[in-house]
Design a protein around this ligand. Structure first.
Ligand code: SF4
Length: 678
């Protein structure tokens, strides 16, 4: 079965349509006014021939003055400046003439996209006092009127390269200035081939530090090139229609030919080989942005006549209309990503306009990198905010589409008292904002769970749990509460805690508060009381002497009362009892270094551990007789002793210096002597 399809984005783009409508409107009410075009209005011979037939005369820039002067004798004249733009000098000349000759006027038909590049070139021109030299590099066709017009607005050194290879070659042969002292400003002709542009970008990024890059390829061009490549891969043959001087038609032809070898380029139906439709079963028609609809229609009809009429079911109008969706504000449509940068996505919406989806209409997360999240070919549901036929763009929102799709979930979350999780993106007057499905949940300061005077911005960037406590149905917004979610979480933790508590169980908690008699320890949702006598084996005057709020410590449950929700905690243990600590470290007969802590008449006490002192009886100080220990020892003195007795019942330790001199034999008898003395 044979099939002929016309690309959805074939024919006049909005820039060309705008230019043709402006001149056609003027022709209708010319009333003796002479109408001129500066060069050819658009790049289509057939259309321009129609203008010729209507009496429109094409002139060059050097004729402007003569036409303007002629108004003095021949009456009104108007000059239409072409869609591809005119040079800065020509624009100035037209303006001067219009000022001087009242019957002379001009209409600037330059496409807004081209005017935008004029502005870029002008605004990035070198200025006095610049530390580095700015150069302008344009990827495009040097002889194309659009490129000539753009370059006239740059007031420094400018360079034009047809493609990435030319650019690379120029860098190698040093035809462009390189180095740290140069700032490269890069832009593209509106109709530039996408892949050449991307290659050029990579080269520029390697050649220059921090180049200034403007992606100036027109949406229309991108959309058509991507669509043409896709269609060419799905068919047997492609017919590309467009004027021989049309740059965008040339690029469409190159792209299609690269994908489908049976690609032909024609100006109009007359140039179509009669055999062509019969040979190929599945044919696609694409057309440049300056190709009038009626020329596309003629080609389509010619193919229809030759082909089996039974399969060419739709009229051209029906087909063209069905190829495009008509979009209105408020529609929700699925778009396909056709271009990505970190600020915005461009979407094919299956309509004449291109969808522009900016980062802020995707997410409130300013850190989102679109180039990381999206790729060409991804499909996204979007809400149409505004359609502009003049710009050829539709402003769309993913957030709004998500919201429409998911708003019922927000309502359900409120009805079910669900706990949600979200990132706080903003601190605003009186609260913070958490986005959900493209809507805003406002959490008043009183519901944030922060102390009254706390800085709300400390929550920004944090992922929090919250509950929806009120729905604002008209604006699709809601009131949330972080406090309600944390209260519920705390309750759940409490229940779990009480279900699992048992005497002797250890917890690691934090000191949450203190009184004179003890400290409250947060055990994870539940507080326990640690009495000061349970804190240490040494006497403590008050808990604050040894603890601070926020200190972390490991405690164990001594007892608890689930009815009264009271828990008594312990910290000191049998293992930490000083006598046990001593016994764990030392044995009878050990020789150790100690410090004299106290001197009595019957002997000297020496510090063995932090909490245990041993006695060196006066008889154990020396082999010589010692009358008074203070004669030979001083407090703080370090001495080496031998442990000669450990009395578990009395929890006493006997030490000897003398035993180190006499050896083991005297130890036990001497210990008995000391005991009697104590
Ligand atoms: S192709 Fe794009 S830049 Fe060129 S005239 Fe059309 S809309 Fe304007």
């Amino acid at each position: 079965m044979s099939r002929v399809r016309v690309a959805a984005h074939a024919g006049f783009c909005f820039g060309v349509r705008r230019a043709t409508e402006l001149i056609e409107e003027r022709l209708k009410r010319a009333d003796g006014e002479r109408i001129y075009t500066l060069g050819r209005l658009i790049h289509n011979d057939t259309y321009n021939a129609r203008l010729d037939a209507a009496g429109v005369v094409a002139i060059e820039a050097e004729d402007i003055l003569a036409v303007a002067k002629s108004t003095e004798s021949e009456g009104r004249a108007v000059v239409f400046a072409r869609a591809h733009g005119i040079t800065k000098q020509t624009e100035q000349l037209l303006a001067d003439c219009a000022k001087k000759y009242p019957d002379f006027s001009y209409v600037d038909c330059a496409c807004p996209y081209v005017k935008k590049i004029h502005r870029i070139a002008a605004e990035n021109s070198p200025r006095e006092g610049d530390e580095k030299e700015k150069i302008f590099i344009l990827i495009g066709s040097a002889t194309h009127p659009e490129v000539i017009s753009i370059m006239s607005y740059f007031e420094g050194r400018g360079f034009v390269f047809a493609n990435a290879d030319e650019l690379e070659e120029a860098a190698k042969s040093k035809k462009i200035p390189l180095g740290e002292e140069i700032v490269a400003v890069l832009a593209a002709q509106t109709t530039q081939n996408l892949s050449e542009w991307k290659k050029s970008l990579e080269i520029i990024k390697k050649l220059y530090t921090n180049p200034i890059i403007f992606d100036t390829i027109c949406n229309v061009t991108e959309t058509r090139q991507l669509e043409a490549a896709r269609l060419a891969s799905e068919c047997d043959a492609v017919v590309v229609i467009g004027g021989s001087s049309s740059s965008n038609t040339s690029k469409l032809y190159t792209i299609c030919k690269g994908v489908c070898k049976n690609t032909v380029r024609i100006n109009d139906a007359d140039e179509l080989d009669d055999e062509f439709p019969s040979i190929h079963k599945n044919v696609v028609i694409v057309a440049g942005a300056s190709t009038p609809d009626d020329i596309i229609e003629e080609v389509y009809n010619k193919m229809s006549e030759i082909k089996d009429k039974a399969v060419i079911e739709e009229s051209f109008d029906e087909m063209l209309n069905s190829a495009f969706k008509t979009l209105s504000s408020g529609d929700t449509v699925t778009g396909t990503v056709i271009a990505v940068n970190d600020l915005e996505l461009k979407l094919d919406l299956g309509a004449k306009v291109t969808g522009i989806l900016t980062a802020d209409q995707i997410s409130d997360d300013a850190s989102l990198k679109l180039s990381r999240e999206y790729k060409i070919g991804d499909e996204i549901d979007v809400f149409v905010i505004r359609v502009s036929d003049v710009d050829g763009c539709a402003t769309v929102s993913k957030k709004r589409a998500d919201l429409d799709k998911n708003w019922h979930k927000v309502i359900e979350a409120k009805d079910n008292a669900d706990t949600l999780e979200g990132k706080v993106t903003e601190a605003v007057k009186g609260g913070v904002v958490i986005p959900i499905y493209g809507a805003r949940v406002f959490v008043p300061a009183s519901q944030t769970a922060l102390p009254r005077e706390a800085d709300l911005s400390s929550l920004v960037g944090q992922t929090v749990k919250y509950k929806i406590i009120e729905i604002k149905p008209h604006g699709k917004s809601a009131i949330g509460s972080i406090r309600a979610a944390s209260r519920e979480e705390r309750r759940a933790l409490e229940e779990q805690f009480w279900a699992e508590i048992e005497v002797g169980k250890y917890y690691t908690g934090k000191v949450r508060g203190m009184t004179d008699y003890g400290a409250f320890i947060d055990l994870g949702g539940v507080d326990g009381m640690l009495h000061k006598k349970e804190m240490s084996w040494r006497p403590i005057h008050k808990p604050a002497d040894i603890l601070n709020i926020g200190d972390e410590l490991t405690v164990f449950v001594k007892s608890y009362d689930p009815e009264k929700r009271q828990i008594s905690l312990g910290y000191r243990t049998e293992e930490s009892r000083p006598w046990n600590v001593f016994k764990a470290q030392f044995n009878l007969g050990d020789v150790i270094d100690v410090t004299i802590s106290n001197i009595m008449s019957y002997g000297a006490f020496a510090r063995v551990t932090d909490d245990v002192d041993g006695l060196i009886h006066v008889s154990q100080i020396s082999t010589e007789r010692v009358e008074n220990p203070a004669d030979v020892l001083t407090s703080g003195q370090q001495v080496t002793v031998k442990i000669i007795k450990i009395d578990d019942d009395q929890q006493r330790v006997s030490l000897s210096m003398r035993a180190l001199v006499e050896g083991d034999n005297a130890d036990e008898a001497d210990a008995a002597t000391e005991e009697a003395a104590e």
